[in-house]
Design a protein around this ligand. Structure first.
Ligand code: SDX
Length: 426
């Protein structure tokens, strides 16, 4: 609490509204008093609304800063591991050696899914979008884990968190294997998190599969860069679902569904489709003209952000990783040259500069995923996998503190009360 107050004058009423300060970032004005005076606040899209208090992630959109529990994303992405970032998001501190070994071991012992789960895949067509499959399968997990669904029990919350983080790579790889008609590959205890995922994705019963350490490191970094991002649409969906006391598996399934939209996590897939549509550097100028033409709904996918009005720090690390992976693999992907040309032109064009539109996390990620061998329709599944610890950390933070069911109000502009008219009289 800051003791500071804002004053709202409505007619002859002066309303004192408390102002609260965080450890960093804008102060917030507590507006709940307006309800007692017969008003609602109005903020479609929550452009100016802090929906909760949180200690997990801080973003400064103007400075292009992203901190997870205070640690800059640039440092975590280059010095940490995804499993360690999962521990940090869930527990608030970096683990010591024993804590990390214990956490890793817990994850490794929950990577398998119930054998019955494979039959959920068989209900889908082979060409079903993997996000539809992941949404259904993750939602179904609650049908298997009756022993860890008491959300008031901290141990149940912990086990559910471990189960979700451990099983998402297995479920994601199964989505891929099902789509290509190959048998599911079981996880291996001796492999690290990202190597295990890549082996489940690309191994077959016909030959041993050696994980390329360059790809495993790139995969791990991509997971880190997607791990959490404050109160984005899918995380807010998880919090809203959690506020109804729904079980954690159902809440994460709700987050996966929200993430799928091309304005959110579906953008990484949309960027590659956009680059393929542009086709060559020669067509970039004409494409940018279409984006700027208000009569054309074309957007520059992978650009712009509700919060970042500067470079998304994740995009910078992603671009650096792009260069590293492609050169390590000796890949000369024309898509990268095309993306860089698009970025160069956009960052000089007043349409984008005046609207503070910069590359976001999705602009370069798809090029790396393509180099790793991940198919286009699995890109958002990778995003969902990476975001799981963030979703769970926010769910846990909400559930373990006092909360109320999320229930926004509205500005009603529909018909006022009127009497029913019998069909014969219409
Ligand atoms: C993610 O919230 C998060 O943290 C999300 C995320 C996370 O980690 O969880 O960071 C992940 O979702 C990243 C964003 C991925 N989406 C895309 O790349 C899709 C393309 N981007 C846009 O759809 C858009 O930028 C949003 C949805 C990301 C943000 O939209 P806003 O904040 O509602 O901004 P807006 O649509 O009001 O745009 C302001 C202006 C508008 O023009 P005017 O009406 O002022 O003339 O900028 C224009 C928009 O038309 N604009 C774009 C544009 N993005 C915004 N014009 C062309 N191309 C774009 N990409």
């Amino acid at each position: 609490m800051s003791g500071k107050k804002a004053q709202l004058t409505i007619g002859d009423q002066n309303i004192d509204l408390p102002i609260y300060s965080g450890s960093v970032g804008p102060d917030v004005i507590d507006v709940k008093e307006v309800l007692a005076r017969g008003y609602f606040t109005y903020d479609p899209g929550f452009m100016a609304t802090a929906a909760c208090e949180s200690k997990i992630t801080f973003i400064d959109g103007d400075q292009g800063i992203l901190l997870h529990r205070g640690y800059p994303i640039e440092q975590l992405a280059t010095q940490s591991t995804y499993e360690e970032v999962c521990y940090l998001l869930l527990n608030g501190e970096l683990p010591d050696k024993a804590q990390m070994e214990n956490f890793s071991s817990s994850i490794r012992h929950h990577t398998m899914v119930n054998e019955q789960l494979q039959f959920f895949y068989r209900g889908f067509r082979r060409d079903a979008h993997p996000m539809a499959v992941m949404c259904g399968v993750v939602g179904a997990l609650s049908a298997f884990y009756h022993d860890s669904l008491d959300i008031r029990n901290p141990e149940h919350r912990r086990v559910s968190a471990i189960r979700l983080i451990a099983k998402m790579p297995t479920i994601a790889a199964m989505c891929y294997k099902y789509s290509v008609g190959q048998p599911f590959v079981y996880p291996r205890d001796e492999l690290d998190y990202s190597s295990n995922f890549l082996r489940m994705m690309f191994a077959t019963p016909c030959a041993d599969y050696e994980v390329n350490p360059v790809l495993a490191k790139a995969m791990d970094r991509i997971f880190i860069l997607h791990a959490d991002h404050e109160q984005n649409a899918s995380t807010s969906t998880v919090r809203m679902a959690g506020s109804t006391d729904a079980n954690p598996f159902a809440c994460i399934a709700a987050g996966i569904a929200a993430l799928w939209g091309p304005s959110h996590g579906g953008a990484n897939e949309a960027v590659l489709r956009m680059l393929a549509e542009i086709g060559s550097v020669d067509h970039v100028e004409s494409f940018v003209r279409r984006v700027k033409d208000k009569s054309d709904s074309t957007k520059l996918m992978g650009f712009g952000h509700r919060v970042y009005k500067n470079f998304d720090p994740r995009a910078k690390v992603m671009k650096q990783t792009c260069d590293e992976v492609l050169s390590a693999l000796g890949i000369d992907d024309p898509m990268l040259e095309l993306a860089m040309k698009l970025e160069e032109i956009a960052l000089k064009d007043d349409y984008f500069v005046s609207r503070k539109l910069y590359p976001n996390v999705d602009f370069y990620s798809g090029i790396i995923l393509k180099a790793i061998g991940i198919p286009l329709n699995l890109f958002t599944v990778i995003f969902a996998l990476g975001r799981t610890p963030g979703w769970i950390a926010h769910w846990q933070e909400m559930i373990s503190n006092p909360y109320k069911i999320a229930r926004p109000r509205q500005l009603y502009t529909g018909n006022t009360q009127r009497d029913y008219v019998a069909p014969s009289a219409r």
